[in-house]
Design a protein around this ligand. Sequence first.
Ligand code: 5MM
Length: 344
Amino acid sequence: MTAELVDTARLLVASGKGLLAMDESNSTCDRRFAEVGIPQTAEFRQRYRTLLITTPELGEAISGAILSDETIRQSAPDGRPFVSLLADRGMVPGIKVDRGTHALALHPGETVTEGLDVLGDRLREYATLGARFAKWRAVLAIGDGLPSLAAIAVNAHALARYAALCQACGIVPIVEPEVLMTGNHSSARSGAATETVLRAVFAALVEQEVALEAMILKPNMVLAGSDWPSEATAEMVATETLSCLLRTVPAVVAGVAFLSGGQSGPRAAERLDAINRRRSLHSSRAPWPLVFSFARAIQHPGLQIWQGDDANVAAAQAAVRHRALCSHAAIHGRYDDAMEGEAS
Ligand code: 5MM
């Protein structure tokens, strides 16, 4: 079983491609639709996900796509199930299985991610629907005294229980502990919080005997908060992010797939590119593939162009394809911001 899981994990992160996160819950998807005036219905969500999955040549840049509970059960308007459409295009179907963040008792401003109840049954059903990997996101905020030890401990424990259940059900877990960019903290503070969180997450994973070679880590990059007055260069982000990962992530982990966390597509690509360029200078010290698992940084321009109108599908798909190819180039240290001009 572990050998199969290792093969799937490698297919996802060691093929020189990255992941498309299109696993927004209905409420998050509707919020994004509302921002651009798209009707918030199951039909429009289906049409949007069809647009994403059928983007021409997406499989050249994307190894797998993370779906939501609604999406994994949906088909394109012509009746082809999304799971089959992905597989036909060379992309592995995955599923987001957490049930969102909930207020953490006695800890104002902090959350715990829930969804462990009957998770084994749900994973077995998702496997029959075609999912070969899963994702669970924990969210840690930086603030006055935050993240607390309690928030770190409960979220690390839940991530490890989720990962163990996934592997027991033949599914590769993506473990996503996101330290938020929101706030006015420095990048040093982000690095320290991310390091503490990752240490706790790996301690919990080891305690619960998760096979680290058959899992993928989905971390944030080490970035100053969104309200911090100055912006670090991509090289500084790369240095701080790699230092943090080298101190905390065991070498045996199958790979690292960064979330974008609210960065623009070009910023996320530029920083991933710098991380991979720096990694190639120190390859003996950073043993994992360093790829992406972006949602907003790939989807955002295409969603804005689409506007819910069939007449805009081709232009929206061109924008999605462009962002996927830029992110793909960044895995190989070949991203250049001149690529952004090519798009227009
Ligand atoms: C951090 O969010 C994940 C990565 O997305 P970005 O690259 O935009 O940061 C993303 O997979 C997220 O977990 C999903 O969008 C699902 O979010 P919700 O909150 O709807 O479950």
